[in-house]
Design a protein around this ligand. Structure first.
Ligand code: NAD
Length: 251
């Protein structure tokens, strides 16, 4: 029998148009959730929502740039208008800096990584809190193995992901008394479209070499741990960074 841990719950997934976000949105919907699939690329978000609806799930697509506070606020307004409540916020959208060396890092690339990856998570968390206080809901954010050491990104991506992990630690302590849990997931190498902006051959070799399991994860292998963190099975887990990295940071 299919487990329905999120029946009658409402979830926002950012970066839901691709990769980890899409796999997680599909998994939440399969377990009964109403999902707002939010992405900067409207067509990709719509595609994910259609995949969910074709499987008899409940989803709507929403276009958002998570680095724009006003757009984040609009996304929450839409979710509440559609579903009436919010139970889980999955802050997952991010960009990469292609491992650009520090001296070659443009101001623009630096600021884009910080504003999407870190400020986006902050704007989302801040807007989510009043809704989650009502439902005793929770937040999961996608950090990275890049928040646990060097050589998993350039300085901008790495600094942004250290920031996400710090945000999760601080916020978890701040809001625990209101019954809200806040956790992060730290994927290692995951086969997604995120690498389409860089030469994949080098990444492929590097990731396989540093990963004891010797391969990339499928997005679905990240989605399942996200659902665990968001579920009641994780009711005593808050402020945790869960590594799902094939052993990368055990080395
Ligand atoms: N793929 C990996 O190896 C890996 C490893 C560690 C962490 N991560 C993290 O996983 C998360 C998801 O990445 P993915 O690998 O699934 O990548 P992906 O490129 O497949 O998906 C990311 C999605 O985010 C969207 N997006 C980008 N900027 C946005 C913005 N400003 N507002 C809203 N949406 C935006 C993109 O359009 C895309 O659909 C990211 O936080 C990434 O840093 C990925």
């Amino acid at each position: 029998m299919l487990v329905q841990r999120f029946k009658e719950k409402s979830v926002i997934v950012t970066g839901g148009g691709s990769g980890i976000g899409r796999a997680t949105a599909v998994a939440f919907a399969r377990e009964g959730a109403n999902v707002l699939v939010a992405d900067i690329v409207r067509d990709r978000a719509e595609e994910t929502a259609q995949i969910i609806r074709q499987a008899s799930g409940s989803a709507e697509a929403h276009q958002v740039d998570v680095s724009e506070r006003a757009q984040i606020d609009g996304m929450f307004d839409r979710a509440i208008a559609l579903f009436g409540q919010l139970d889980v916020y999955f802050g997952n959208a991010a960009v990469i800096d292609m491992g650009t060396p520090c001296e070659d890092m443009s101001d623009e690339l630096w600021h884009r990584n910080i504003s999407v990856n870190l400020s986006g998570c902050f704007y989302g968390a801040r807007a989510a809190l009043p809704h989650l206080a009502r439902t005793k809901g929770n937040i999961v954010m996608t950090s990275s193995v890049a928040s646990l050491g060097g050589l998993a990104g350039g300085v901008a991506y790495t600094a942004s992901k250290y920031g996400v992990t710090g945000l999760v630690n601080q916020l978890a302590c701040e809001v625990a008394a209101r019954g809200i849990r806040v956790n992060a997931i730290a994927p290692g190498g995951v086969l997604t479209n995120i690498f389409e902006v860089m030469d994949f051959a080098g990444v492929d070799e590097q990731v396989k070499a540093v990963t004891p399991l010797g391969r990339f994860a499928a997005p679905e292998e990240i989605a399942e741990p996200v659902l665990f963190l968001a579920s009641d099975a994780a009711s005593f887990i808050t402020g945790t960074l869960l590594r799902v990295d094939g052993g990368w940071r055990s080395k």
